[in-house]
Design a protein around this ligand. Structure first.
Ligand SMILES: Cc1cc2nc3c(=O)[nH]c(=O)nc-3n(C[C@H](O)[C@H](O)[C@H](O)COP(=O)(O)OP(=O)(O)OC[C@H]3O[C@@H](n4cnc5c(N)ncnc54)[C@H](O)[C@@H]3O)c2cc1C
Length: 444
């Protein structure tokens, strides 16, 4: 996904953009080997949808025309976290719900319609080529075609996902590998697609039970194209949801409420149960490397892979593509005397700027997970205080519309985490702690 968005911004700066993809891509939306996570719920946050619309005007309508569901958080969602149903989501916060395969297919069609952008699929990138000094990347080595090949490039953008081999490739060229920040969460996903029952079982169109408490479990019913439900069960800390029918339903029944279980137990399954494991958050700190070659950028999951429960991955990748665009514009405005040095300094500038983009989602997601004492990772001294604060904010979200509205904006990456420290929120947290605040409304 990040590669398609990067291709979109690169097409404004370069005559030719080549997307190298290991899988053979079909024109129809379909799950594929290189993106196993596509068999699970994939929500594009409100900010992600905005960025997509900025890069590909009208893409939201194209998704809707292809069957995507437009969900308004205020009216269509039933949302439980930390065991409490949230009853006051703001109206007007809209998201597009569809399978990941459909989202990718629509975005790919738009990207490949751009002048100069082409896809070379069925090719695996295996390494980098440099100039004789070793300081500038000059292309990518690939295999899988008729013969191994070197594809020359002024700029190589690595968006090969979590399994990126870039650290090893850099070492081969005599550079250091980036240090990796990691928080081990051992999250397991199990998902199955069902035919959406008619009539729907409740007043909701999407059911989200997150917050992974009690028992570190979460579950989601997400409407997708074709009159279907994507049903995903999630367990933290090795509480992996089973991939057999009976175990799947039992796990659903073990959620904080049996509402999801009741909704699916009579529904018609259309697929097998797919499972996926996500061991840890990983952030490769290219921004901290003392030496980096010119002509390289790393973004998307190749740079930072965050616990998917928070749904930030694709939006973070989209914001990172915008950052690449800005850096390239700045580069063009700067004066360079010698031909061939137009991209000089870009790698360092981009990796340091994109680190600022990644920082907020990383802090939100790892901060939430580090609340659990069993989660392995470095805790800051302020963590206990932040956890206490976050717990109250979550509690307030059950019944305080203004706190909920601010929380939703942060959750959808429309505002940074500092918005949760606005005096209106801080005072509400203190009142709650002092027992001066009483919920006016709770969901059933
Ligand atoms: C279970 C699960 C659920 C998720 N749910 C959400 C969600 O709800 N919302 C959200 O925003 N994010 C979600 N994510 C995260 C999201 O999937 C990623 O953040 C996003 O896909 C990252 O995009 P990417 O382009 O960096 O990597 P990917 O989408 O993983 O794409 C990498 C691409 O590179 C190709 N590739 C890899 N190696 C090579 C090679 N050597 N040569 C050529 N091609 C190669 C692969 O085939 C693939 O096409 C979820 C992740 C998981 C695991």
């Amino acid at each position: 996904m990040a590669g398609l968005l990067a291709a979109r911004v690169l097409s404004d700066h370069f005559e030719r953009v080549t997307i190298i993809e290991r899988d053979v891509i079909s024109t129809e939306p379909a799950p594929r080997k290189g993106v196993p996570q596509a068999r699970h719920v994939h929500v594009l946050l409100a900010r992600g949808l905005d960025v997509l619309g900025e890069l590909f005007p009208g893409v939201g309508d194209e998704l809707a025309a292809a069957g995507a569901e437009r969900i308004d958080f205020g009216t269509d969602m039933r949302w439980q976290s930390f065991g409490t149903w949230k009853v006051c989501f703001p109206r007007g916060l809209r998201c597009s719900f569809q399978s990941r395969a459909l989202l990718e297919a629509v975005v790919r069609r738009r990207a490949l319609a751009l002048d100069g952008v082409r896809l070379r699929d069925g090719l695996r990138a295996t390494g980098l080529a440099t100039d004789p000094s070793g300081r500038r990347i000059t292309g990518v080595r690939v295999e899988g075609g008729l013969a191994d090949e070197l594809i020359p490039a002024e700029l190589v953008v690595d968006t090969s996902g979590r399994g990126s081999r870039m650290p090893t490739w850099l070492e081969t060229l005599g550079y250091a590998a980036p240090e990796e920040a990691s928080v081990r969460v051992h999250v397991g996903y199990a998902s199955r697609i069902y035919r959406r029952p008619e009539p729907a079982p409740g007043s909701w169109r999407a059911l989200y039970m997150l917050g992974t408490e009690p028992g570190h479990r979460a579950g989601v019913i997400s409407p997708i194209e074709g009159g279907r439900w994507m049903v995903t069960l999630i367990g933290l800390l090795k509480d992996y949801p089973p991939a057999d029918e009976r175990g799947f339903l039992e796990f659903a029944r073990g959620l904080a409420s049996d509402e999801l279980y009741q909704a699916i137990r009579g529904a018609e399954p259309l697929t097998d149960i797919a499972s996926h494991r996500f061991p840890s958050h990983v952030w490769r700190r290219y921004d901290r490397l003392a030496r980096l070659p010119e002509g390289l950028a790393v973004l998307g999951d190749a740079l930072c892979s965050i616990n998917p429960v928070y749904g930030q991955g694709m939006t973070t990748g989209a914001l990172s593509a915008l950052t690449l665009d800005r850096c390239l514009h700045e580069q063009r405005r700067a004066r360079h005397t010698r031909p061939g040095e137009e991209l000089c300094g870009l790698t360092r500038r981009f990796q340091s700027r994109v680190a600022e983009v990644v920082e907020a989602p990383w802090r939100i997601a790892t901060g939430e997970d580090l609340r659990f004492p069993e989660v392995e990772g470095e805790r800051s001294r302020s963590q206990t205080l932040l956890n206490w604060y976050a717990r109250h904010v979550h509690g307030l979200c059950g019944y305080d519309p203004e706190v909920t509205a601010r929380f939703c904006r942060v959750q959808h990456m429309l505002a940074g985490p500092l918005a949760l420290f606005h005096p209106r929120v801080a005072i509400a947290v203190l009142r709650r702690q002092l027992g001066l605040d009483h919920p006016h409304a709770f969901g059933a």
